[in-house]
Write a protein that binds this ligand. Structure first.
Ligand SMILES: Nc1ncnc2c1ncn2[C@@H]1O[C@H](COP(=O)(O)OP(=O)(O)OP(=O)(O)O)[C@@H](O)[C@H]1O
Length: 519
């Protein structure tokens, strides 16, 4: 799409977002006079200045989600902020529309509620129910692995949610611990409906053509993709049940069942169903996961003719009170180790760096001369570093091409001189640099230039670059285990520890960039 001035873009975006009612589907959302849809969650005229912005909850492949308190009502939301230019460029408009229209109609305690939306020249905003307890993923990382009782509790809540979604003819297609969020009292809610696939007879009002069975695009995340999706079979409820099996495995063991150094290798494992259970899995857990990970999607419990009965009756779930599941006592969450360090200080400065344009002049300015203060830069960077999904997205089919392969690239602001204009971050982590005598914290940043920059996260000064080379004999990454890796150049070997266990991701990101540079 040719993007003209900002006004043109806003008009164009608004018209693309208009949701025409589809005559084929029985409307769950009502049709307003004039032909548009009357949304339960209204399109408001708010601006981002009406909110006090807090911590970043997370970053997705086309959005940032931030805690936001509405100044006049005091209500707290999770504000999902999407940069219009980015969405248009990445062809994600249909994802945004789908999430908006579907969330608007869902009504289940385990599904994130959408309250209202608004937009300004540069961004779209969705005010979502705030999940203060963070991602299930973080609980797994913090606890290492979950005791079986806790995993059972979460798995049962996920089953309850999937049963609801499937009963209204929706396949979520991106069930994973990052999209399963915890409320402040520890119950699960599912988020991220951008990839949702409606079945032909869904009562939910959806976008025209979105029920087309042959439209079997790849969506989801590599580690949770079922084998039939890799073989281009149409989406079925079984897709979510496979992802449930992977999620349960990950809760119980700490890592996903089909883990490997690259997406390609992960896919090989999935296709070969290369599945091994740790010894400490109980027989019931093993049996349930084994059945959920059946290569035949129709054989997975929950997908057969008896619906969810066989799944809910599986011995693993013995003792679960399905009728009162949301009333049960949730497991005690593990808190972030340095929860106070970077918590909910009000910080809206990062907003102005979402896109290349000056997104929100009306939110708090970033210093006297417009330059970010080092503490703002620091909190921005460290928050980005805590986000795990930079390069984990399965980016539709073409694995080798630069841009598509690299995954989501966030534009970090350039005032602090780490990056050149137009240069983007591919991967960033706060790591421990392991030296003989002392271990130091560093922020390691890989950019698409490419550069490997080490930043002192306390002083926010560059500690130096690791010499880049496209030649693996001159720059390579050796992984010892999921938390430890070494970056080797002819002059120096730098050893790192990543508490978030992204050693393989670092290896992959660097090797992908080396390949991209060569092509
Ligand atoms: N309602 C919420 N409350 C708290 N945190 C949230 C909420 N919604 C999303 N998040 C956080 O923001 C992250 C990104 O949100 P979401 O997955 O919706 O974005 P996306 O751009 O659609 O991402 P994806 O790459 O998964 O498609 C989530 O993984 C989660 O950590």
């Amino acid at each position: 799409m040719a993007v003209g001035g900002d006004d043109d873009m806003e008009r164009d975006f608004a018209s693309r977002l208009r949701l025409a009612p589809s005559p084929a589907s029985p409307a769950a959302a009502s049709t307003a006079a004039g032909g548009g849809i009357a949304f339960r969650a209204p399109q408001e005229q708010f601006t981002v200045g009406d909110f006090e912005l807090g911590k970043i909850y997370g970053v997705g492949s086309y959005s940032k989600v931030v805690r936001a308190r509405k100044k006049d009502t005091g209500n707290v939301y999770a504000l999902k902020i999407m940069d219009k230019k980015f969405i248009t460029k990445e062809n994600k408009i249909s994802y945004v529309k789908m999430e908006r229209i579907v969330l608007d109609q869902l009504d289940h305690p385990g599904v994130i509620r959408l309250f209202f939306t608004f937009q300004d020249t540069y961004s779209l905003y969705m005010a979502l129910e705030s999940c203060e307890g963070g991602e299930l993923f973080d609980q797994i990382v913090r606890k290492g692995r979950l005791p079986e009782d806790e995993a059972r509790f979460y798995a049962a809540e996920i089953v309850d949610i999937l049963e609801y979604l499937h009963s209204v003819g929706l396949i979520h297609r991106d069930v994973k611990p990052e999209n399963l969020l915890l409320t402040s009292d520890g119950h699960i809610k599912i988020a991220d409906f951008g990839s949702v696939k409606p079945t032909k007879d869904t009562p939910i009002k959806v976008l025209p053509n979105s029920t087309n069975e042959r439209a079997c695009t790849f969506v989801g995340t590599a580690a949770y993709v079922p084998p039939e999706v890799l073989n281009s079979a149409p989406a079925t409820f079984g897709n979510d049940l496979w992802a449930l099996g992977c999620t349960l495995y990950q809760m119980l063991s700490g890592s996903s069942p089909f883990k490997d150094a690259s997406e390609w290798l992960i896919f090989q494992r999935i296709i070969a169903r290369d599945l091994k259970f740790p010894e400490y899995f109980s027989d019931d857990a093993r049996d349930l996961i084994d059945k959920l990970l059946d290569v035949d999607p129709s054989k997975r419990p929950g997908a057969g003719p008896d619906g969810y009965v066989s799944l809910k009756r599986h011995p693993f779930f013995r003792g679960i009170d399905w009728k009162n599941i949301r009333k049960g006592r949730a497991p005690k969450p593990a808190m972030e180790a340095n929860a106070n360090e970077d918590e909910d200080s009000q910080d809206s400065s990062w907003l102005s760096h979402m896109g290349s344009a000056p997104v929100n002049q009306h939110v708090s300015p970033v210093g006297n001369n417009g330059a970010s203060s080092s503490s703002e830069v620091r909190s921005h960077i460290s928050r980005l570093a805590s986000i795990d999904s930079f390069d984990s997205r399965w980016r539709e089919k073409k694995l080798n091409k630069r841009g598509e392969m690299i995954g989501i690239v966030l534009k970090i602001f350039h005032e602090q001189d780490f990056l050149e204009p137009g240069e983007s971050v591919v991967l960033i982590s706060k790591l421990k640099k392991i030296n003989k005598l002392t271990n130091k914290k560093v922020q390691l940043i890989l950019t698409d230039k490419p550069q490997l920059i080490c930043v002192d996260p306390g002083k926010m000064v560059t500690k130096g670059n690791i010499m880049w080379s496209d030649d693996p004999s001159e720059l390579n990454v050796q992984v010892s285990n999921s938390s430890h890796f070494r970056i080797c150049t002819p002059k120096k070997v730098s050893a790192f520890e990543d508490a978030k266990q992204r050693a393989w991701q670092w290896k992959k990101a660097i090797e992908d960039l080396q390949r991209c540079q060569k092509n």
